[in-house]
Design a protein around this ligand. Structure first.
Ligand SMILES: [Fe+2]
Length: 449
């Protein structure tokens, strides 16, 4: 049996009309979220809340600019709406810190621009053939642009987290733990499994193609590392002892005066944090979030463990020992529902560990999708057989750079922008993102079944 033949493409069963409706629905959901995230006063919209981030108004018009480039000009073959602003919204041309100085579209102009682009995109989606060209096969370009918008929405959510002042975002609390007492770790058998995908219709170039990867038997944490466990590392002096840190991690910690996860502070009665403008006690049962790769690595060393590699993470998430095949998601091939995972900014925080029993993987690993992005020990590299698509700047220019892979998505990631195969990458010092982790360890000879 070939690697590809066990994969399913959920869009192949749709009629052309249903495929168009599916793409339109995904685009609309992304836009509703973008509108909600930019529903702040104009001053807030143009301000740079942190040097690490763009002003929200840049993200908004950049979303429109990318949509214009790909859907209106390329897929639709239509005339450019605003060729004069291509450069301003080219992320490769201007670092985030410099973006406030650019002659950006103002709030009203930016809102009008994205609306006009979207009207044209919908018209094109109605008319363009969804076959015969790889870019439009399975409505891929529309899926790519949906994911791009959702990724910027997550970035804008991170900007909101950095924003000072009264809360402007509100959401209900996520479900509590409902799994009872879980084992600390799960055994993952050694051997080959299918990593990556060749069939997933909206998968990006770096997730392709499906290929066999062998891993040694190992153990992985049943859940992400909690704030409670992380506080033990802090309280035992973990941030003051170089022996747990890599040389680079220690230098980073010392240079930046890092003494706890970002947004945490020590008060008389323990650890507190600020979350979207709310000051609150750190909840012990929630996955820790806003830690860098270096901090995750130091915690793992202190706990006598290590971070999983990227293939280990994916095997724990997708491998079904009963069939030998890899699933699209830990729970199966169907897309995420609110029962499976904490995604899509439905809640403004990770859920307690054990909150999503319906999302468990066949091996028994919880909350791999949603809640927090999980750092792995792997760098960002091409899979064997990789081919850049639709352009080199999507992934290829980042291969081999100073990045670590993050997997699984966070509470701020939309279902359209996450899969069992989805790969995120970022600098190892990054922590304004919704990043957490889980640990792993090698299986000892006597433990291998
Ligand atoms: Fe972008």
């Amino acid at each position: 049996m070939s690697v590809e033949s066990t994969e399913t493409n959920p869009l192949r069963a749709l009629s052309p009309q249903d495929l168009r409706a599916h793409a339109a629905e995904a685009l609309t959901r992304a836009r509703e979220r973008s509108v909600a995230l930019t529903d702040v006063d104009d001053e807030d919209l143009v301000r740079q809340h942190s040097k690490l981030m763009s002003p929200l108004v840049w993200d908004l018009a950049h979303i429109g600019s990318q949509e214009e480039l790909w859907l209106v000009r390329d897929v639709g073959g239509r005339e450019a709406l605003r060729p004069d602003i291509d450069d301003i919204y080219d992320a490769f041309q201007h670092a985030r810190a410099d973006r406030p100085e650019l002659p950006l579209l103002g709030p009203e102009e930016a809102r009008k621009y994205v609306r006009e682009v979207r009207e044209k995109s919908f018209d094109i989606l109605e008319k363009v053939p969804l076959q015969g060209r790889r870019l439009t096969e399975d409505a891929f370009a529309f899926g790519m642009i949906t994911q791009h918008e959702q990724q910027h929405d997550e970035t804008m959510l991170a900007t909101h987290q950095l924003r000072k002042g009264d809360p402007v975002l509100h959401a209900p609390a996520p479900p509590p733990s409902r799994s009872g007492r879980l084992p600390a770790e799960v055994f993952v058998p050694g051997g080959a499994f299918t990593m990556g995908t060749s069939a997933e219709p909206w998968a990006l170039d770096n997730e392709r193609p499906a290929h066999e990867v062998a891993v040694e038997a190992f153990f992985i944490d049943t859940t992400p590392v909690t704030c409670g466990a992380y506080a033990e590392f802090l309280d035992s002096g973990g941030y003051e002892d170089p022996k747990w840190w890599s040389e680079r991690g220690w230098a980073y910690r010392s240079e930046h005066g890092i003494h706890a996860p970002r947004f945490w502070s020590r008060e008389q009665d323990g650890w507190w944090r600020t979350r979207f403008g709310v000051h609150e006690k750190v909840p012990a049962a929630e996955p820790v979030v806003h830690v860098s790769f270096h901090e995750a690595e130091a915690y793992a060393a202190w706990a006598g463990r290590r971070l999983p590699t990227e293939p280990e993470w994916e095997k724990a998430a997708r491998f079904d020992p009963a069939t030998g095949r890899s699933r699209r998601f830990p729970w199966g091939d169907e897309g995420p529902t609110p029962e499976h995972a904490n995604l899509g900014q439905r809640h403004l925080r990770p859920a307690e560990v054990g909150a999503y029993p319906a999302g468990v993987s066949p091996l028994g690993v919880h909350q791999l999708i949603g809640d927090v992005w999980e750092w792995t020990s792997s760098g960002f590299e091409a899979y064997p057989g990789f081919a850049a698509f639709p352009y080199k700047e999507y992934s290829e220019v980042f291969f081999g750079g100073d990045y670590r892979i993050l997997r699984g998505g966070s509470f701020g990631t939309d279902a359209a922008a996450i899969r069992g195969t989805f790969r995120n990458w970022d600098h190892p010092i990054r922590r304004q993102i919704f990043s957490g982790f889980r640990c792993a360890r090698d299986a000892r000879p006597g433990e291998v079944a």
